[in-house]
Design a protein around this ligand. Structure first.
Ligand SMILES: Cc1ncc(COP(=O)(O)O)c(C=O)c1O
Length: 369
């Protein structure tokens, strides 16, 4: 018998299937329209079911942040995986070789000469070769080599016989949530502009060096107009969150309207003894405290703000003119930062309207190694 989402034990995550599928198709169409490939980031949803849907819609593969994510995706039969984050040490390299044996299309970004040497040596002993992208730091300062050092670094990779340098990665993570569209656009053009000469030079020298991977949800539209960029590694667009919802779109100064929130969290009012707020059953263990404050979208309570209230609880704040939610009311809200919130749960309840139509395991949950 059909189950209503309001009968679910809370707190729990739900995914509106219609919104999710619209987001997947829309992003694919926009990328294709700009002549770009899509390799969405699986770090956001951590779910092989969603990764497969993105590939069915036309993505050339998916990105993984960590080696263990790539391993789980490969076991699910997913090809075209790019590991976007750095790794170090023999154990991680051994794991990469295991994955590569199963999935020769695996590629990784690199930003350190020691890792390049270790990886090349391990591949040589195993009689394997692997695609790599040179990770260039375009301002985030988290990973990547400096743009001024990129060509010298690329030459070193090219000397290694078992690594195939296929392109560059330039992820401007620090720009994705710049609130004003024109500021974001200017900053993204300036950041990626720094590495365009590097890419063009390498492309002219190296046959089969064709990949320029860039962009998150906040800049893909902007970067889609840069001819050199060949693919986007967008993540959050597929489920969205309050942090992205708050940034400006080119044609809407209030909200980011390109994609709608497919991910919502259900929480129940468990105490109503205070004035000005009610206590709900979702706290730090259910909603990651990062990014913008979650907000309620349930009819009658729309727009009420959530705030964290310890490990197990939160507060939903109402004003003088509001009718407060009663004890037992199930509230639906858009979460703060989607990636780390999803990583707190084992599954998504998939909904169509108010009805629960499926359950999808968050099977990359905890893959942080
Ligand atoms: C390296 C890298 N690429 C792509 C993304 C996707 O960005 P977004 O979720 O903003 O679309 C992230 C997200 O943090 C990232 O760390």
């Amino acid at each position: 018998m059909a189950r209503s989402k309001f009968e679910l034990a809370t707190p729990c995550l739900i995914l509106d299937i219609d919104v999710l599928e619209t987001n997947i198709v829309k992003m694919q169409l926009l990328a294709t329209h700009n002549g770009k490939s899509l390799r969405p980031h699986a770090k956001t949803h951590k779910c092989t079911t969603i990764a497969k849907k993105q590939i069915e819609a036309g993505a050339i593969g998916v990105c993984a942040a960590k080696v263990s994510e790539a391993e789980r995706l490969t076991k699910a039969g997913i090809k075209g995986i790019l590991i976007t984050g750095p790794f170090a040490g023999k154990q991680q390299i051994r794991k990469i070789l295991e994955i590569l044996s199963e999935s020769p299309s695996l590629a990784t970004a690199v930003d350190n000469l020691q890792t390049v040497d270790d990886l090349d040596a391990a591949l040589r002993s195993a009689g394997l070769e692997m695609d790599v992208l040179l990770d260039i730091d375009v301002g985030l300062k988290r990973t990547g080599v400096k743009p001024s050092e990129a060509l010298t670094f690329a030459e070193k990779i090219l000397e290694r016989k078992n690594l195939r340098l296929r392109g560059i990665q330039a992820y401007a993570g620090h720009l994705q949530h710049v609130p004003l569209y024109n500021d974001r656009k200017k900053a993204s053009h300036a950041s990626l502009g720094e590495v365009i000469p590097v890419f063009n030079k390498l492309k002219s020298q190296v046959e089969k060096l064709t990949i320029f991977s860039a962009s998150g949800t906040g800049t893909f539209e902007i970067d889609g107009q840069i001819p050199e960029v060949t693919e986007h590694q967008v993540g959050s667009y597929v489920v969205m969150d309050a942090e992205y919802y708050a940034i400006e779109s080119p044609n809407n100064s209030q909200h980011f309207i390109a994609f709608e929130p497919a991910l919502r969290l259900l929480t129940t009012v468990v105490s109503v003894n205070q004035h000005g707020f009610v206590t709900v059953d979702a706290g730090l263990k259910s909603i990651y405290k990062d990014g913008a404050n979650p907000f309620i979208i349930s009819r009658g309570f729309r727009g009420m703000k959530y705030d964290w209230f310890g490990d197990e609880y939160g507060k939903v704040i109402y004003s003088e003119n509001d009718k407060p939610p009663e004890l037992g009311t199930v509230l639906e809200m858009v979460t703060s930062h989607c990636d780390p919130t999803i990583n707190l749960f084992d599954k998504f309840y998939v909904t169509k309207g108010d009805e629960v139509v499926d359950e999808w395991t968050i099977d990359l949950r905890g893959c942080s190694q």
